[in-house]
Design a protein around this ligand. Structure first.
Ligand code: ADP
Ligand code: MG
Length: 698
């Protein structure tokens, strides 16, 4: 059999060391295999020839067969252009080039038969085709008979004559050399049961489809395979883990929980909170190790669920740990939780980078003895020198900021892996959740605590600042507080900070009678805390900040969220920010400020924000608008990036289907030894070896 994976691309005819190195660097194509898996991004129908007399200026790409009657050049210098008058006997069109004029006149001869391919436009009363593709009619390649593939290339590749056409030729050459079938990567039963194309046929047809139907089948087969292995990988890991580890059993609910529930809990749980608590209790009581994702919109009351779960751990003799992505948030959690636990015999400590010296040492030693029941902190809690006596439950808040590797580190903190509850307020579309956190069970809090008024969202252009400030003033006189948020993106950090500083001064000037806080990531933790604190206790009326306040901060009295340069935020980020208000009983507002010029995309984003408060709807829209690669969370995991052909925004149904297929395999062959699945396990093993991200799924 031809071993595609190992054959170096430089041995392919037409490649050589120079082009090979460009292919390596620009497209990460190292082998024949990589080349065959570099799929076209679009196809153009070249199956039909048009006559010149048929065409008009409004047609898409078409092809003509005929001869060049004569060449003519016009203009001078950069204006210079070459025109070839081309005819098929039914009329004349002008082929036009603005570059490579010498090359073209040398290459193409008058009175020879050519196939010309391009997009006709009407210009000065004549039909023009600018920079057409031209082939000798005599050597029509197989591709020109069906749909022609178009490959993405880079500037650097084009300079070395590796354009889309050249890539197409290389793929053709590779297929010429590979005479035997390409080793199949799915089992015969999966292929036949699901009516899939063979791998060899699929690869041929993804590059050179004879017709749209075959293209569709090839795409289906390759998407199926891609999603199948992502799912098989996740499900297999989760099975292996289930087999390898038992989970701690928290079987009873005791004093801590009951005291809290009956004496301290200031309100009735929502139906959704009760349901989720039941799901969690089932998990932690049954002897398997819990890995649960808790999704719920901002303000839905996840923290309370986390706290009650931690109390159950404590009642069973274990410690619990809560990780937050920022110091501010860790602080706030600590305060909230200490307050909720007031009078109970539960010791809660905070550990962040700012906790130093004697205090830190004391915390570390009291953790080891088990004197501390709940540890709350930032990344600091997963440092190597932090050791627990009996860590039974880990809660991770706002999961998308924690990398997979960090999650994995936690596992080493106790003899058995602790139960893990991951909380996120960024609702994740189902397809993404299944791919990113495929081995996590999902609970959803889909109900807000009673009495909340939906936040009213408005879009306002920044030339209407006076009316904006008037409404802010009105809110402040009614006793409310205001957030004004500026974007902060790493690449332009300096400019952004300048915007923030200017904005701050501007706000101070516009509201001389009120006090203004300022918060950004470059400030020292102590400064940040002080600014935050004065806003929390109502000392200051307006908080001017960057997105550091995005996550979790809770000031129920704040009723207006103004987002400056809203066009620069993603949908889920806008939604997160908006969630900072609407936490009290008053009507809250979110005002999205942009300048006048907006792209179509931005306009859509803003419309969605104004229309709905539903985080899931927003997440789905975000996925559709931006694609999975840009969504928060996907970068770190890298998985969505690895997808070459499947599209999580569009292939949701297929994903669900394929997941079931993979699930069945994992269930029916838990040891991974059934002969009929051999090819699947072998392929999975090799993918785990070659795909960096796959090895580290926790
Ligand atoms: P999340 O972490 O999901 O954003 P929080 O747990 O911070 O939400 O809860 C938001 C606010 O709602 C908090 O002030 C909390 O005390 C309150 N809250 C939570 N659950 C309830 C409930 N069942 N009834 C009333 N208020 C609640
Ligand atoms: Mg929260």
């Amino acid at each position: 059999m031809f071993d595609l994976t190992t054959r170096d691309i430089k041995y392919l005819s037409g490649v050589g060391p120079n082009k090979a190195s460009i292919l390596n660097k620009e497209l990460e194509i190292f082998s024949y295999h990589d080349l065959l898996y570099y799929f076209p991004y679009k196809y153009v129908d070249r199956s039909r020839l048009y006559y010149v007399h048929e065409i008009d200026g409004a047609m898409p790409y078409i092809q003509l067969k005929g001869q060049i009657l004569s060449f003519e050049t016009f203009g001078e210098g950069r204006q210079r252009r070459l025109v070839a008058h081309f005819s098929d006997g039914t009329g004349v069109v002008d082929l036009v080039w603005f570059q490579g004029i010498k090359y073209i006149t040398n290459k193409y001869k008058v009175r020879e038969e050519y196939i010309v391919f391009g997009k006709p436009t009407l210009y000065g009363g004549r039909i023009n085709i600018a920079h057409p593709d031209i082939d000798n009619a005599a050597d029509l390649t197989l591709s020109s008979m069906g749909l022609q593939p178009y490959y993405n290339t880079t500037e650097r590749m084009k300079r070395s004559f590796l354009n889309s056409n050249a890539l197409q030729k290389l793929v053709e050459a590779a297929f010429m050399q590979i005479q035997s079938p390409i080793p199949e990567t799915l089992s015969p039963s999966i292929i036949s049961k699901n009516h899939l194309m063979s791998l060899t046929d699929a690869l041929r047809n993804i590059h050179f489809p004879k017709n749209p139907e075959l293209l569709r089948k090839a795409q289906l087969r390759l998407k199926f395979e891609e999603l199948f292995y992502v799912q098989l990988n996740i499900l297999r890991y989760s099975k292996e883990r289930q087999q390898k580890y038992r989970g701690y059993v928290f079987e009873h609910v005791g004093k801590s929980f009951n005291d809290f529930y009956f004496n301290n809990l200031p309100f009735e749980l929502t139906g959704a909170q009760k349901r989720v608590m039941k799901e969690i209790r089932n998990d932690i009581g049954c002897g398997k190790q819990m890995n649960r994702l808790l999704q719920g919109d901002v303000g839905s009351g996840k923290t309370l669920v986390a706290l009650m779960s931690m109390l159950i751990a404590i009642d069973n003799g274990y410690q619990a740990c809560l990780m937050a992505p920022t110091e501010i948030l860790a602080n706030q959690h600590t305060e909230t939780i200490k307050e909720l636990l007031f009078g109970l015999d539960v010791r809660v400590e905070l550990l962040t980078g700012s906790v130093k010296g004697k205090k830190r040492e004391k915390i570390l030693s009291d953790l080891v003895t088990g004197d501390i029941h709940i540890l709350i902190g930032t990344h600091a809690v997963i440092e190597d020198n932090v050791n627990f006596s009996k860590l039974g439950l880990v809660v991770i808040d706002e999961q998308h900021r924690f990398g997979v590797a960090q999650r994995a580190k936690l596992w080493k903190k106790s003899m058995y892996p602790p139960h893990v509850l991951v909380m996120t307020a960024t609702p994740i579309p189902r397809t993404l959740a299944m791919t990113l956190y495929g081995d996590l069970d999902v609970s959803v809090i889909d109900e807000l605590p009673p009495g909340r008024k939906p936040i009213a969202t408005m879009h306002q252009f920044d030339n209407r600042r006076e009316s904006l400030y008037a409404s802010i003033r009105k809110q402040i006189t009614e006793g409310r507080q205001i957030y004004i948020v500026y974007p902060l993106i790493k690449e332009s950090e300096k400019i952004d900070l300048k915007n923030l500083e200017e904005g701050y001064l501007h706000v101070c000037e516009a509201f001389p009678q009120y006090k203004v806080s300022k918060l950004h990531g470059k400030m020292k933790p102590a400064e940040k805390d002080a600014e935050m604190q004065s806003f929390v206790i109502g000392d200051t009326h307006i908080m001017v900040a960057t997105t550091v306040i995005e996550v979790g901060v809770n000031v129920p009295n704040a009723s207006v969220m103004v987002i400056e340069n809203a066009e620069r935020f993603g949908l889920s980020q806008l939604h997160q920010l908006r969630g900072r208000v609407g936490r009290g009983a008053d009507q809250s507002y979110c005002i999205l400020v942009t300048n006048y010029k907006l792209s179509e995309d931005t306009r859509k984003r803003l419309e969605i924000m104004v229309r709905t408060n539903d985080g899931f709807e927003i997440a789905e829209a975000d996925l559709k608008l931006r694609g999975p690669g840009d969504l928060e969370g996907t970068q770190q995991s890298g998985i969505a990036f690895d997808l070459k052909i499947a599209d999580l925004a569009r292939d949701g149904q297929l994903l669900q289907y394929v997941r079931n297929v993979a699930q069945e395999i994992v269930e029916s062959d838990p040891q991974g030894t059934a002969p009929e699945n051999e090819v699947l396990w072998r392929q999975l093993k090799s993918l785990r070896k070659t795909k960096v991200n796959w090895a580290s799924i926790s």
